[in-house]
Design a protein around this ligand. Structure first.
Ligand code: ZN
Length: 248
């Protein structure tokens, strides 16, 4: 039985960030790696990132960009930069990688059914959990889930965050290392690997020790200049390279 999980999210075809994060994870040593979706979109190495996911048996849910890039849905509600990158990604994707994205589940249960992994919100891949009200609503959805999981890992916002349910409301838990209380519900976001949006350009992930009930957030440097150069050389919008430099 696995006890230590690395939780990663929003790789977004950023091979440099993904490889740097995996190297760090390997040096820490975990039993399983779980990805909260958006393997592709925005940056220039979609096939390479999917192939690593497959080769390393990383368990992943589908993200809103994976769903658009694979043609399951059209990017109608995406902004121009995001939808331009989706069109570019669709043209690049090898058929087997497109099928791989298409067949990713929306939700997975792990950690002896104590935890679930999703991309956006429970029951809606596109919806953000970005406020206390959103968190409160999702704590309600957790109770409707089979097995009533205590921990829900989510991505999509690209911002590291922990909410817990306490005294009938959602509250933010601060800190880089958190001990989870028994019987308390948590919503936890590791931040983004391939396009951090909290003002820190370093790639983000977390390690969840299911035995010690401990969450530890990590940030790591990677070759941002190389990723930016690939974005520009691919003919993707320049803004997508610029945002990597400022972590937005
Ligand atoms: Zn994303």
């Amino acid at each position: 039985m696995s006890v230590r999980y690395a939780i990663i999210s929003d790789i977004h075809s950023n091979l440099e960030a993904f490889e740097a994060v995996l190297e760090r994870i390997d040096s820490i040593g975990v039993d399983d790696i779980i990805c909260l979706g958006d393997i592709v979109g925005y940056n220039a190495n979609p096939n390479e990132c999917i192939e690593i996911i497959k080769a390393r048996n990383i368990i992943s849910v589908i993200g809103n960009h994976d769903s658009r890039a694979s043609g399951l849905e059209e990017p109608f509600n995406f902004n121009n930069l995001a939808s331009e990158a989706i069109c570019w990604t669709r043209e690049q994707l090898a058929h087997e990688n497109l099928l791989f994205l298409k067949n990713l589940p929306k939700k997975i249960s792990f950690d002896s059914n104590r935890s679930i992994a999703i991309h956006g919100s429970i029951n809606n891949t596109d919806k953000y959990i970005s406020s206390l009200a959103d968190a409160y609503e999702n704590f309600g959805f957790m109770n409707d889930e089979p097995n009533k999981p205590k921990v829900c890992f989510f991505g999509h916002t690209h911002i590291p965050k922990i909410y817990k349910y306490a005294a009938y409301k959602a509250v933010v838990v601060e800190g880089k290392e958190i001990e989870l209380e028994d019987k308390t519900q948590y919503l936890i976001n590791p931040g983004g690997v391939g396009q951090p949006r909290d003002g820190d350009p370093m790639a983000a992930f977390l390690v969840y020790d299911a035995e010690k009930r401990q969450i530890k957030f990590f940030r790591g440097e990677y070759d941002i200049a190389k990723c930016c150069e690939k974005v520009i050389n691919a003919g993707l919008p320049r803004e997508l390279a610029q945002r990597l430099l400022i972590g937005y």
